[in-house]
Every structure is written in C-alpha cells, then in structure tokens.
Design a protein around this ligand. Structure first.
Ligand code: ATP
Ligand code: MG
Length: 584
C-alpha cells in the first residue's frame, strides 16, 4: 500500500481540483473496449499513431503494475538495471540483427552520421554488459532486469497502448554457465510471472510459443484471456497442454489414404476462385477441395516461389510456413505477376499438378484422395486428383492452424480454442547472442565457455489495457483491486447545500487517508448521476457515499464496483467497515 503524508496527497485526490475530464461519448478511433475506456476515463491521450501519454489517473495504475513486477523480480533475486533507449548500430551488426530486423526497427543517425537504433529490445546491450562484467562461473547465474521504454515501428499500431509503437516493457536477461542452470533460471521466471499475474488479479494462461525474431529454442507466452485478444490459444481438454496456435502442432490424420478411384479430369469453372464457390458449383465438401497458396521463396527461378497445399476448410499457419526450408521469412504471398510466371494462371486456379516449384503439402491435405484443385489454367479446375499418381514431387509438412476438436499434440484429449492477449514472454535463448558477441566466462576447470542466456519480457503498458479488457461492464472499468488507481472513491452529495455533509466527508477523507487508504474524493459540485457515472467509469473498487438523508440518521452508504446493491452502515464505523472490505 502507498503511504504518504496525508496532506501531501490531499490536493491531487480531490476531483474538484483534478483537471482531466471524463467523457460519455465513445471515441470513434477506439475499436476495443479497453482503448475506449482508457480514453473516456482520461487515463491516456494519443499524441500520434502508436504514441500515448499517460495522465495522472492512468499513471497510478501503471505504477502499481510496475511495483508488483519489481517486487516479484527482486524476490526472485533479479537485479535492476537501466539501459539506454538509443543503441549503437555496431552492436546490432555484431549480432546480425541489423540486417535481419525489418522495418519495425527504427534506425537513426546522429550528427556525425553514425547509425543508431531505438531499442525494440535489449539483448545486444545486455550481452555487451555481460561480456565486459562477467569473467567467471562464480559470478553466475545472474538475472538483470529493467522497466523501460521500447520502440517498435509496428506496421499497424492499434488498440491504444495494447499495440503501440512506444511502450514500456519489463525485460530481464539471465546468464548461466550450463544448461541445468539456464533451465532452473527459466523455471524461476515462469513461477515469478505466475506470481505477478496472479497478484494482479488477472485470469491468464501460460502457453507454448514460437520464438519469433528474438530467436532461441524453448519459449512460453503468458496470455490474459479475453475475447478481444489478438492471439488464438489452444488447450487440451484433458491434460495441461496449452499453446499459441502459431506453435500448436497439427497431427497427421490416422489411417491410410483411400486408393484413387476417379480419373483425372479437367472441368470448366468460370469465375470460380474461392473454395466456397467451388463447393457450391461442384457440390463437394470443402475437405475434398485443396487450396494451393504460392508464397515467395528464398531463391531465384523455380525457387522464387513455393507452393503450400492445404485442405479447403483449413487455414494456413504463417509461422509454421515461414520456418520451412526455401520459404522466405517473414512469409509473403506471391504477387499476381510471380504467380503467372510460375503457373501461367492466376490466383484461384492454382494446383499442384505439374507445378515446377517446390511443393509442401499439409498432412491432412495428403490424406485426401480424388480431390479437386486448380488446373493452373484460367477458369479451370481438376477433379479426381490423387497424390503420387498425379502429383509425384512434394514434401509432407505441418502447414495449417489446428481447429477445435483436433487431437492434442500431447496425445491426451482434444483441443479447445480461446482468445488471449500476450502480456509476457519467456525464452531460453541459449547461445544465440553470446556466441555472436563472444560473451565468454571461465568455467570451474579454467576453460572458456560461452554464456547461456534466457530472456523474459512483460508488456507493462499492455497489461494495464489487458486488465481492462478482462474486467469491465457497460458502465466502465472494474479494476482488479491491486491495479486500481485508488482503493476507495468517496462521494459527497449536496455538500454545497448542506455544510454538515461537507464537514463529515472532509473528516472521513482525512481519517481514511491518514490510515493509509488511497481515497479519491469526489467533492465536486455536480449532480449525483454525474458523480456515480464517473466513479463507475473510473472503476474504483469501493464506493462510499456521504449524503444528507443518511447522515441525519448517522449512516453512510457503501457499494463495491462489482455489486449491484448498496448497503448502509453506521457512519462512525467507516474505517473499520472499509478495512474489512478492502482486507487491510
Ligand atoms: P506481439 O506478438 O504482440 O507483437 P512480441 O511477441 O513481438 O509481441 P515480445 O518481443 O515477446 O513481443 O515482447 C515482450 C512483451 O512486450 C510482449 O509479451 C508484449 O506484452 C509486449 N509488447 C510487444 N509489442 C508490444 C507493442 N507493440 N505494444 C505494447 N506492448 C508490446
Ligand atoms: Mg512475444
């Protein structure tokens, strides 16, 4: 709990002296509820695309999230540091990411025309520190963390602070002499993150993840469950298996593929470019129609494109596809010209028969016999197509997103789908950065060994938005108590007309703040409806009302933000009553 001298807090906590206005109207630019409510409640303001200022009420919540994170990182023995936002390009050249990181990396020049980046993450800088400071296994393991601004020039900044260009991350980096130590450090961060999100009062899941541009071998994400989440996550209905759909393996169907029974035939399908249209025209189920997607390859000539074949009722998994040999990463669909060069046809009529480029076929597409696909000729499809008989050269691969009901890769049960917001990500990086930057220490026998590394991020600004996404109703935010900007909102009604109300409310305000309770005092000369609406919009967990009628009977009114009914209680028991409700 924050304790400050009560007098020092008084002015900032009186709404009559607080300059930021709330609004009733839903801002047109805000698509998701957390963004709408953060603007309406005056927590943040937009400066430019993906750039936001935090106003006093929002900052109080942000600081609470940071405080929980710091406490738990410190408890885990991590050491806080603070590294520069601006980093020299040389370090990024050394790690190889200067060339690999795309336009998300903001590159800058100083007055001497030297190259710098605005750090999207800090593996390079911390590895540089490690190679200078760490000389012996005796200094290990160690975990350095910071709470600091990151810049990523996101292609589509949106949803306010949820996907911003500038945001605050808690990033931590651990260094180890051997694998068991790295694994123990990783497990400790897994437990620490579990404690952090539990303490924040969030409903979350840890899931297996793809490592993305950070790299490395093992990684897990922490997702706040919310229907508006940008990520699809999957769970087994039977055991603890959980994964981001990007990383969830789709198992090959069991059993043998039926033998071919139909002849290969070309059929006219004018203007029929989609699976739905083919299904309608030919009266076949979508599972028997295979889609062939052409993506850019990483070579020239026949290697300039790669064909990916999946079932008509399945979706391509871009993450899996871009990891395949020969496929350009990040994944790019081939343009119309490339498609024409490679097939002589246009999108909508492509198929694997007689294609010269490399063909990857999804396991479930490979289970189909007598299937339908494009004929590589405008307005034509093939029916009765069969693998091996009609398409001889292809490679089996896992290319698709799993769907609800698929068998779990754990071997236990079936998969269920949910939406999640990624608020944390932990990685076992191994030697990716320490090899590139030559970060070595002497081991017990005096030999030089390359450091092993883990890295661990939390989107601090994003977690605030995620908390709202998960905790709100039609009237506004419902803060989980540990993140609420104030614990109590004290509302006086009719204080201008009735001096006793003002006196009693002022006294209560003094008493509660002196007891260390964080109170937002709504002492404005405004209608009750306006005050209640603001209290609900702001989502303060406990509401106390001082009004003329109740006061005359020696009573105050209390309501929790999650409850629909108020209760009244003796005015002189306010402190104890509240303490019991708050649990302090
Ligand atoms: P995403 O998949 O959402 O783009 P990421 O996997 O690129 O995120 P990491 O590199 O794992 O992100 O960064 C660690 C954490 O930082 C993420 O788990 C997320 O909570 C947060 N984060 C990443 N990008 C943003 C962003 N643009 N705005 C706000 N928070 C972000
Ligand atoms: Mg991530």
């Amino acid at each position: 709990m924050m304790r400050a001298h009560p007098e020092a807090k008084i002015r900032v906590m009186r709404l009559s002296q607080y300059p930021i206005q709330t609004t009733k109207e839903t801002p047109a630019e805000a698509e998701i509820v957390s963004h709408q409510l953060m603007l309406r409640a005056g927590l943040i303001r937009r400066l430019a695309a993906g750039l936001y200022s935090w106003l006093p009420m929002g900052l109080r919540t942000l600081r609470k999230a940071e405080a929980i994170i710091r406490e738990e990182m410190n408890r885990a023995g991590a050491l806080e540091v603070l590294m520069p936002v601006v980093q020299p390009a040389e370090l990024w050249q050394e790690s190889g990411r200067w060339g690999k990181y795309g336009p998300e990396l903001l590159r800058l020049k100083d007055r001497h025309q030297r190259d710098f980046v605005a750090g999207p993450t800090h593996e390079e800088v911390i590895t540089d520190i490690a190679r200078r400071e760490l000389k012996s296994y005796r200094q290990l393991p160690v975990n350095f963390y910071q709470v600091q601004t990151k810049f990523r020039d996101e292609i589509r900044p949106r949803f306010g602070v949820m996907r911003a260009r500038e945001f605050i991350m808690k990033d931590a980096y651990s260094f180890h002499a051997d694998e068991p130590s790295l694994q123990a450090g990783y497990r400790l961060m897994h437990e620490t993150y579990t404690r952090i999100f539990t303490r924040m009062g969030l409903n979350f899941r840890a899931v297996r993840a793809d490592s993305g541009p950070i790299g490395g071998d093992v990684s897990q994400e922490f997702h706040v469950l919310a229907s508006s989440g940008e990520d699809a996550i999957v769970f087994s209905d039977t055991d603890g298996y959980a994964a981001n759909i990007e990383a969830a393996e789709a198992r090959a169907p069991e059993g043998e593929r039926p033998a071919p029974s139909a002849p290969l035939q070309k059929v006219p399908t004018p203007g029929t470019k989609t699976i739905e249209a083919i299904v309608k025209l030919l009266g076949v189920p979508p599972q028997r129609c295979l889609k062939t997607l052409l993506v850019e390859g990483d070579g020239e000539g026949d290697a300039a494109v790669v064909a990916l074949v999946i079932r008509g009722d399945h979706e391509l998994n871009a993450t899996k596809a871009q990891h395949l040999p020969g496929v350009a990463s990040p994944l790019r669909m081939a343009g119309a010209e490339r498609i024409h060069e490679a097939t002589g046809a246009e999108a909508g009529f492509i198929g694997p028969v007689d294609l010269k480029c490399r063909i990857y076929a999804d396991h479930s597409a490979l289970a189909a016999a007598d299937f339908i696909c494009g004929a590589n000729e405008k307005d034509m499809h093939l029916t009765g197509v069969n693998w091996d008989r009609d398409v001889r050269s292809y490679v089996a691969a896992d290319l698709r997103n799993v769907v609800e009901g698929d068998p779990s890769p754990s071997g236990q049960g079936r998969l269920k789908l949910a939406r999640g917001i990624e608020v944390g990500h932990i990685f076992q990086l191994g030697r990716k950065y320490s090899d590139a930057l030559k970060a070595l220490v002497l081991d017990e026998s005096g030999r030089e060994v390359t450091l092993l590394m883990g890295c661990y991020g939390i989107g601090v600004t994003r977690v605030v938005a995620a908390a709202i996404e998960q905790n709100h109703d039609e009237r506004g935010i419902i803060w989980p108590e540990p993140l609420a900007p104030f614990q109590v909102v004290l509302v006086s009604l009719g204080a201008q007309k009735t001096p006793q109300v003002r006196v009693a409310a002022d006294r209560l305000y003094g008493e509660l703040t002196a007891a260390g309770i964080e109170v937002l005092y709504d002492d404005r000369d405004a209608r009750p409806g306006v005050k209640f609406a603001d209290a609900e919009l702001l989502g303060i967990p406990h509401r106390l009302v001082v009004a003329e009628r109740g006061l005359a009977a020696g009573r105050l009114e209390y309501r929790h933000r999650r409850e629909s009914e108020s209760v009244d209680f003796p005015a002189d028991e306010a402190l104890n009553f509240l303490r019991a409700r708050i649990g302090c």
